[in-house]
Design a binder for this molecule. Structure first.
Ligand code: BTN
Length: 325
């Protein structure tokens, strides 16, 4: 994109009200006529920018710009390099391909945003819906010097980052292992993948999907009762760039702290934010249902479940809250 046009878009997308042509012209160092021409070019490209007589220009679309995210994350490890793809199969798959390609030198902390995913993936081989502007889909590349077994801690850390970063918009809880719920509806999910060999981790890709608003035409039937979105829950229109900034800043802080001090502070924060501490739950572990009381989170991310037959470690699966049942 033309650099002045991108700078103009950055300014418009940082404001929830009109900005005068004069103010834009001044900050961009161009004439008001040039501002008007750039706005026209952006409108011709399909963007919903409206001019209010006497008030200025306002952007109504939820625009994501990699340059804007990089500026907001300047100086942090996460976001040291930001990219945006209009359409990709899955941002996780694409970032992993880039990170592991022959001669590929994608730096630690790289963030890949995707407008649309044609094969967005979730946990347990499920699909993840990412249509234009409804959802924030982003993947983060990390190259931690930890043992492969410890990588299981990173999605839990990411869940804490999402929960803490967005909790002031809407009250959020974590559901084991790393679903983010608001009033019982899932508004975000995390998928972590790695390339490793025994004893050495080469690349970890953490994919974060956050529902910002319902998809155009509403949720598909199978998600209608379980999915939620941040804007509806917060009762206001939320922009993806603000969500991405808040989550990645928090992730950066928690990740640096984790590298310096280990997993225990994360484990405690995760437990405090968990939707079912000491409460009855049912877990489907892939083959069977296990009922019990959620007793603790183990250091490898396993859920410790107090069952009638004793304490069970649940490594993977789906958790259902049973309170009141
Ligand atoms: C889940 O709860 O099942 C995890 C969902 C993870 C979705 C994100 S969106 C960005 C990244 N790319 C993907 O294909 N999946 C993750």
């Amino acid at each position: 994109m033309h650099p002045t046009r991108e700078a103009l878009l950055q300014q418009l997308s940082s404001s929830n009200k009109e900005i005068s042509g004069e103010a834009l012209a001044h900050s961009l160092g161009i004439s008001r006529t040039a501002v008007w021409k750039h706005v026209h070019a952006l409108q011709a490209g399909g963007l919903d920018i409206r001019a209010e007589h006497g008030r200025g220009y306002r952007l109504y679309d939820d625009v994501l710009l990699a340059s804007q995210l990089a500026e907001r994350l300047a100086g942090l490890r996460i976001g040291s390099h930001c990219m945006l793809m209009p359409e990709v199969d899955s941002s996780n798959s694409e970032l992993m391909r880039m990170a592991t390609a022959e001669g590929g030198a994608v730096p630690d902390g790289t963030v890949l945003l995707a407008e649309v995913q044609t094969k967005g993936r979730g946990r347990l081989q499920r699909d993840w819906l990412t249509t234009a502007q409804h959802s924030l889909a982003m993947s983060v590349l990390l190259k931690p010097q930890v043992a492969p077994a410890e990588v299981a801690q990173l999605p839990l850390l990411t869940a804490v980052a999402v929960q803490q970063a967005l909790d002031d918009l809407a009250p959020l809880r974590i559901k084991w292992p790393n679903d983010i719920l608001c009033e019982g509806r899932k508004i975000a999910g995390i998928l972590t993948e790695m390339r490793a060999e025994p004893g050495a981790v080469h690349a970890v890709v953490i994919g974060i999907g956050i529902n910002i608003r319902p998809p155009e035409g509403g949720w598909p039937d199978e998600l209608a009762d379980i999915a939620g979105d941040l804007s509806s829950m917060a009762g206001k229109n939320i922009r993806r760039i603000d969500v991405a900034t808040a989550v990645l800043r928090r992730l950066d802080a928690l990740y640096n702290d984790y590298l310096a001090h280990g997993f225990e502070p994360v484990r405690q924060a995760w437990w405090q934010a968990h939707a079912a501490c000491g409460q009855p739950v049912r877990v489907h572990n892939g083959t069977a249902y296990v009922d019990g009381i959620a007793e603790a989170l183990d250091t490898d991310g396993a859920l410790l479940l107090r069952t009638s037959g004793g304490l069970q470690r649940i490594i993977a699966g789906d958790l259902e809250l049973r309170e009141g049942k």
